[in-house]
Design a binder for this molecule. Structure first.
Ligand SMILES: Nc1ncnc2c1ncn2[C@@H]1O[C@H](COP(=O)(O)OP(=O)(O)O)[C@@H](O)[C@H]1O
Ligand SMILES: CC(=O)OP(=O)(O)O
Ligand SMILES: [Mg+2]
Length: 406
């Protein structure tokens, strides 16, 4: 209660993005649907992976080391610290919006999480083992401390819910064991955000029939091809393992390799660890999953990992551009896409044969702080760098659901 004994108006939404090694969050005012929103407080816990150095980075103050005692779980400690940090904000919260990576074929839009929904979402944990368990543990933790607040799940898969039937399909028979097995696509909150920003900033993006390739290159990495702003093809599929090489994930491998490992006596758990945690930049370099560390390294394995990352990106980009039948807009986001000018230049050079021409100075200036156009004058394809904000999309989706009585 304030001095006049009037309860504060509940006009804020907390957005939570719980990942494998990080927990990102932001406080957003419940805004009108569709308008860009900036978090007025945001931050990130990182280093939450086993053996990591957990710390809290906040938008308005210095970094803080997160104390994690022996036997304690860093992720749980981060949730506790976040709840303590937000204790004063709790009375003005209207809801908590959670990024949930997998909605399966069940959820095509935001949903309030109750026990039934939670049980359905837990079933998808094995399809996104680095994300879904943390996403859902986050929902439960906030439901426990603030039981009066709606917990709303906002899905990565939702942006791709209308993928064309052919894009969804594997060349597999329709047998009961394969029910629900199809390509879903991920990073949807991020792609939704890029779509909205491009629509505001690029007149070309507003034209019907515009063909865009959106590249979310972070610790997880994927590509999405959009036609008139609709997702029509994407590099991640049934799980968040398919497609591009990532920080610790392999991306696409020949399924024959999995058979081979099984026949060698590998267990499902061992294969899961190999493909999700020990591969990608980390596996190929043997040094680090972090592009910054690899860029700073002279080791030939670090350079090899970067070369493979860039090569597989170009290869997958070519496939999606062929689906689109050409390209009008290319946009980069995610930690690597927003910051790594050399990687962007590499892909643009690889696509120069189809009219992508980069403004080298503009590319060097794009450092992830705001949105940049980085194509050269006269380039047939517009090229943009758009710092993503999955939290703002989740908050806007949650606000819209509440407005509509959900
Ligand atoms: N300045 C930078 N230059 C190159 N790569 C960077 C830079 N900053 C971050 N990255 C890369 O981005 C990754 C994190 O991306 P982010 O999108 O935040 O990941 P997440 O998938 O965890 O949300 C890091 O692991 C690192 O590889
Ligand atoms: C789906 C996915 O890979 O997400 P992230 O990039 O946050 O790991
Ligand atoms: Mg991410």
């Amino acid at each position: 209660m304030n001095a006049h004994n009037t309860p504060p108006s509940r006009d804020e939404i907390l957005a939570v993005n719980a990942g494998s090694s990080s927990l990102k969050f932001g406080l957003y005012h419940c805004a009108k649907a569709g308008s860009e929103q900036h978090a007025h407080l945001s931050g990130c816990f990182d280093g939450l992976e086993p053996g990591g150095k957990p710390r809290l980075r906040l938008s308005d103050r210095a970094d803080e080391a997160l104390q994690v005692g022996p036997g304690q779980n860093a992720f749980e400690q981060a949730l506790r610290r976040l709840q303590a940090l937000l204790r004063d904000s709790a009375p003005s919260l209207r809801a908590v919006a959670h990024r949930v990576v997998h909605g399966g074929g069940v959820f095509e839009g935001p949903v309030r999480v109750d026990a039934t929904v939670m049980a359905q979402l837990r079933r998808f944990e094995k399809l996104a083992p680095l994300h879904q368990p943390h996403n859902l543990d986050g929902v439960q933790a906030f439901a426990q401390v603030w039981p009066e607040l709606p917990q709303i799940a906002c899905f990565d898969t939702a942006f791709h819910a209308q993928l064309p039937a052919l894009e969804q399909r594997f060349a597999l028979p329709e047998i009961p064991a394969l029910e629900g097995v199809r390509r879903y696509g991920f990073h949807g909150l991020s792609y939704d955000y890029l779509n909205q920003r491009l629509h505001e900033r690029s007149t070309r993006a507003q034209l019907p029939g515009t063909r865009a390739l959106l590249a979310h290159l972070g610790n997880g990495a994927s590509l999405c091809a959009t036609l008139s702003g609709q997702s029509v093809a994407t590099s991640m599929g049934f799980s968040a393992l398919d497609g591009l090489m990532m920080g610790t994930r392999s991306g696409s491998v020949d399924p024959g390799l999995l058979l081979h490992l099984l026949q060698q006596g590998w267990s499902a758990e061992q294969i899961e660890t190999l493909l999700y945690r020990q591969s990608g930049l980390r596996g190929v370099s043997g040094i680090s999953a972090d592009m910054r560390t690899l860029r700073a390294s002279d080791a030939s394995q670090a350079q090899e990992a970067i070369r493979l990352f860039a090569y597989r990106l170009r290869r997958e980009a070519g496939a999606l551009i062929a689906v689109l039948g050409g390209l009008d807009i290319l946009a980069f986001t995610g930690g690597i896409g927003e910051h790594d000018a050399a990687l962007r230049a590499d892909l643009c050079a690889g696509l120069s044969f189809m009219g992508v021409s980069l403004d080298t100075a503009a590319n060097a200036r794009a450092v992830g702080d705001t949105l940049y156009a980085i194509h050269a004058p006269g380039s047939q394809v517009e090229v943009w760098v758009v710092p993503t904000d999955e939290g703002s999309v989740a908050a806007a989706q949650a606000a819209a659901l509440l407005r509509n009585g959900g």
